[in-house]
Design a protein around this ligand. Structure first.
Ligand code: GLY
Length: 306
């Protein structure tokens, strides 16, 4: 069946996940598809028992953060210092409440920390050592700093270090994200990343920025972005896409238009996933590949694509 038939259906609950733009073809494809299917199943299980979209997107992103094939949580890229600095955010379409963390290390699942920031702090975005202290103080699971570093990312760091005048690698990003619409008519979005490979320490991309990497509003829809963060920020990609849905575009139309703007106005590369509160979904990218999966009521299982 044509993917658009599944995407364009007005039926809840539904979850869409992505595993980033610029996925490497060949050997990593199967584990990436399997990881996305497991993530979509975890999120859908929450929705199917009447759970909230916010819980569903968190459950899906945790699966992808635990999976070393994605650039988020375990498997994150390394900075030019050889360290891990992770970003994550989530947003609740019911209230516009959001939680985000930037440049954190040693936190097993940055998206769980973003959830605690949303619920248990007076702030929206916490960064660095302050965010880590907040995590320890709120019982968020920590991990040894090296737990997040996979042999593949260490090798890639060594490769980039050898290149004279190495610059952050914009390509092969594996940022992860999820958007969902629940049976109560609410939407939510979540995004998590290790950022660009060989980034300057302290660099923060779009993923923890509300409106850039993540946005959700019950009056329009929910969106999560992947791709070159500096470009995504310039066109506030997820808010732009949600505004397009709010003005009457379908998620498919809005995703295409937003990604087209990313290319034409910011010369940026990336992709986006969207859902509307009535359960329609959309995705688009201007990179050769973006890994993604969708699971909605009525399907025997998730469909996953790279
Ligand atoms: N989109 C992820 C990043 O640029 O950090």
């Amino acid at each position: 069946m044509d993917d658009n038939v599944w995407l364009d259906r007005r039926e809840v609950p539904v979850i869409v996940v992505h595993g980033g733009a610029w996925v490497k073809p060949g050997i990593v494809t199967e584990p990436v598809l399997e990881g996305l299917q497991r993530a979509a199943e975890a999120g859908f299980a929450v929705l199917d028992r009447g759970g909230m979209a916010l819980d569903a997107v968190e459950a899906a992103v945790v699966v992808l953060e635990e999976d070393p094939h994605f650039n988020a949580g375990r498997g994150s890229t390394l900075t030019s210092d050889g360290t891990v600095e992770m970003d994550a955010s989530m947003m609740d379409g019911r209230t516009l409440d959001a939680g985000a963390v930037a440049s954190v290390a040693g936190v097993r699942n940055p998206i769980r920390l973003a959830r605690r920031v949303l619920h248990d702090s007076d702030h929206l975005l916490l960064a660095g050592e302050g965010a880590q202290r907040f995590a320890r103080g709120h019982g968020v699971e920590m991990a040894p700093v090296d737990w997040h570093v996979t042999p593949e990312q260490r090798a890639r760091f060594e490769e980039l270090k050898q290149e004279a005048g190495a610059r952050p690698d914009r390509r092969k990003l594996g940022t992860v994200g999820a958007v969902a619409a629940d049976v109560h008519g609410h939407v939510a979005a979540a995004t998590s990343t290790g950022g660009t490979a060989f980034k300057r320490p302290g660099r923060v991309g779009d993923s923890p920025l509300i409106g850039a990497g993540t946005y959700a509003d019950d009056t329009s829809g929910a969106a999560s972005a992947t791709g070159h963060g500096e470009s995504i920020i310039k066109v506030v990609l997820t808010k732009t896409a949600c505004d397009l849905m709010g003005s009457g575009k379908s998620p498919l139309e809005a995703s295409k238009e937003a990604v087209s703007l990313l290319g034409s106005r910011a010369r940026g590369e990336g992709g986006i996933i969207l859902v509307s509160p009535d359960g329609r979904a959309g995705w688009a990218m201007n990179t050769p590949r973006m890994s993604r999966a969708l699971f909605r009521r009525g399907m025997p299982g998730p469909i996953a694509r790279v």
